[in-house]
Design a protein around this ligand. Structure first.
Ligand SMILES: [Zn+2]
Ligand SMILES: [Zn+2]
Length: 266
């Protein structure tokens, strides 16, 4: 059975696990190997099952522990062309990922151990940022974290997925009324920043189809959002297009600093 668990989600560190009895992948490496091991074991899962790592982009909250995790696991690390180049030049990461990095080009379907995955570019202010569409032995996932706005690619792959992890970073009012300096507010709100709850709601309305089983809202801001605001916004959007969150699908926020529940795909 396919299991998904987020181990950490947000600016403090991003890392999640998708696997079955035989193999698993890690998406991003913003959490230490020790914490990954412990949080997996607490949920009856094993770090040694991880056979590949997919990297979305080169911001520190996504790659800060890539060197140590990669050295420990010695598994392929997939990254887009420009991010692979940055990783290979990073003096803290390169010596530890030596020989493990595999370049994955946007829109190209890759396969490893029977897991099929495609990355696609999204607008964000890193060197290059991608989301992933993963066909995990028939269970279809979208992973889209850190994007300033949606584009045709994320809408296309989102429409094909039954399990969606999508950023819902900030509540516009909280951000505008909050005490961040104007330059930081602009960085978050512009098209290379992060998705607001309203943008995520529009995305969910656009990609909704009856096959959707899970929506996981990720990368919530600590200061400019609350889980209840993000959930309320997504709930309204999904309900308006005929979904019944809590009945025919699950809608959850991923916790910032701890593991989520383990979600089992039926
Ligand atoms: Zn991030
Ligand atoms: Zn980022």
């Amino acid at each position: 059975m396919t299991r998904f668990v987020s181990l950490s989600s947000g600016s403090n560190g991003n890392c999640c696990y998708l696997g079955n009895e035989d193999c698993a992948l890690l998406l991003d490496a913003g959490l230490s190997g020790r914490a990954v091991k412990r949080r997996l074991e607490e949920n009856g899962l094993s770090i040694s099952n991880i056979k590949m790592i997919l990297v979305t982009h080169d911001h520190v909250d996504h790659i800060k522990c890539l060197g140590s995790i990669s050295e420990r696991l010695r598994v392929p690390v997939y990254a887009s062309p420009l991010v692979a180049m940055v990783l290979n030049r990073n003096k803290y990461i390169a010596p530890h990922v030596n020989g493990c990095i595999r370049v994955i080009r946007p829109e190209e379907c890759a396969e490893n151990l029977g897991v099929k995955f495609t990355c696609f570019e999204v607008p964000h202010d890193a060197t290059q940022t991608v989301g992933y569409y993963v066909d995990f032995f028939g269970d279809k996932f979208l992973f889209a974290t850190d994007l300033g706005e949606t584009n045709d690619e994320v809408l296309r792959f989102g429409s094909m997925a039954d399990h969606l992890m999508i950023e819902s970073n900030y509540d516009s009012e909280m951000l505008i009324d909050g005490n961040y300096p104007p330059v930081l507010k602009n960085r978050i709100m512009n098209r290379l920043g992060h998705l607001s709850n309203e943008q995520t709601a529009s995305f969910l309305k656009a990609v909704y189809h009856k096959g959707i089983r899970h929506v996981w809202l990720c990368h919530l801001s600590e200061n400019n959002n609350t889980p209840s605001k993000a959930l309320e916004s997504a709930f309204e959007a999904l309900s308006s297009v005929g979904a019944r969150p809590g009945e025919d699908m699950e809608l959850n926020c991923l916790p910032r600093c701890e593991a989520s529940a383990v979600y089992v795909m039926e």
